[in-house]
Design a protein around this ligand. Structure first.
Ligand SMILES: [Zn+2]
Length: 381
């Protein structure tokens, strides 16, 4: 496509006076970096989002302190001469900052990805906690089913990561990602149900952490096309998997292929693009697309010029495909509902080649197709 001017200080690449102002401000802040750390500038939007979230006051207070760099991380304790080292006590590799503790420490990655949010922490793109929080919240948005519940869960996860980290440091044991996810999910569910009951909403809360856990067939005459990507940050190679099924859950086709991508998000968007191409090549006219990457789906459904500028060309390509279908939609689903596509993505990485399955799935996929609770044709072993 033709070149496009991009202002890299704004995620959508468009210059605004506001982003220019903030950039100048941050440059000046670095220049005068001998100022005390308590004067960290946090965007006012971030404060608004944070105070509005539906979580107990103790969690809001914790996040406020984390954003003000006022929690007892080893980085802060070392600066105040209360600790012998600024290194993270759990991984011993990096300075323990709020960002490291909540987002970047290796054990925490498992928590975010294993949680019902299936959030991939893109280490390269994380600058500060407030920017990450703002981006994550704006990706969740309000149109997302139960967006408020998901935002609450993000905050509950932060709080329980902190609690688990403190327990691990005090009791000198290893932190447990599984327990952290469980405790945060339970606490979020309990708190939100209680709030709803108090507001007089008697019906039980079905949402947040349980729905969309399993794959479901589309309505006739739609076919459902699931896509997923498996990205390797070192080689930058990405395995892409696609599975097409009909309203009876019958396997119609599958494809796995290899590509290259600079980031996990780019990999997921490439998978979406390949999904469109696959459906178009097959001549499908009524398609329900599903991906487990929230940001990719949000970008495709929203104003693409407001998405990340790095993925604009891919999104623009996807849009070109979408107008050709008679009916199509993009939906975000949980990772557990996308296992078939995930399997083919891993297969592409493993076999290092592109493959297409018409009618009959690879034998290794049969188990997942059956697990989705649906009939499956005999396999070509
Ligand atoms: Zn660490």
């Amino acid at each position: 496509m033709s070149d496009r001017l991009v202002w890299p200080r704004d995620r959508n690449g468009c210059y605004s006076v506001k982003s220019g102002y903030h950039w100048l401000h941050s440059v000046n802040a670095v220049r005068h970096s001998n100022i005390p750390s308590s004067s960290t500038t946090v965007d006012s939007d971030c404060w608004k989002l944070m105070w509005k979230t539906n979580v107990p006051p103790k969690i809001k207070t914790f996040l406020w302190r984390a954003l003000r760099n006022a929690i007892a991380t080893f980085g802060n304790l070392f600066r105040r001469k209360c600790a012998r080292t600024p290194l993270c006590p759990l991984c011993n590799c990096y300075h323990e900052t709020a960002e490291h503790m909540l987002l970047l420490c290796p054990w925490v990655e498992t928590v975010w990805f294993g949680s019902p949010l299936s959030l991939r922490i893109d280490k390269g793109s994380i600058s500060t906690l407030d920017v990450w929080l703002c981006n994550t919240f704006s990706n969740i948005g309000t149109e997302q089913n139960d967006g408020d519940g998901i935002k609450s869960l993000v905050c509950f996860l932060c709080w329980h990561i902190w609690k688990e980290r403190c327990k691990a440091v005090m009791e000198q044991c290893s932190p447990s990602p599984q327990d952290t996810i469980q405790r945060a999910s339970n606490a979020a569910n309990e708190f939100l149900s209680f709030k709803e009951r108090r507001q007089g909403n008697r019906s039980p809360r079905p949402q947040i952490l349980v729905h969309n856990l399993a794959w479901s067939p589309p309505l006739s005459p739609l076919v459902k096309l699931n896509v997923d990507a498996a990205w390797d940050p070192i080689s930058k190679s990405v395995g892409i998997g696609m599975v097409v099924r009909d309203h009876d859950g019958q396997f119609l086709a599958g494809k796995s292929l290899l590509a290259q991508a600079d980031s996990a998000l780019m990999a997921e968007c490439l998978a979406c693009l390949e999904g469109c191409r696959f459906a178009s090549d097959r001549g499908d006219q009524w398609v329900s697309f599903e991906s487990d990457c929230l940001e990719a789906v949000k970008s495709i459904n929203g104003d693409i010029s407001r998405g990340k500028w790095e993925i604009y060309p891919i999104l623009s390509n996807i849009r070109d495909f979408l107008v050709a279908f008679r009916s199509c939609s993009w939906t975000w689903i949980r990772r557990t509902a996308n296992e078939a596509a995930d399997h083919l993505a891993e297969l592409a990485k493993l076999r290092m080649c592109n493959e297409v399955w018409a009618d009959t799935p690879p034998s290794s996929l049969t188990f997942i197709l059956n697990k989705d609770g649906l009939p499956c044709p005999p396999t070509n072993v």
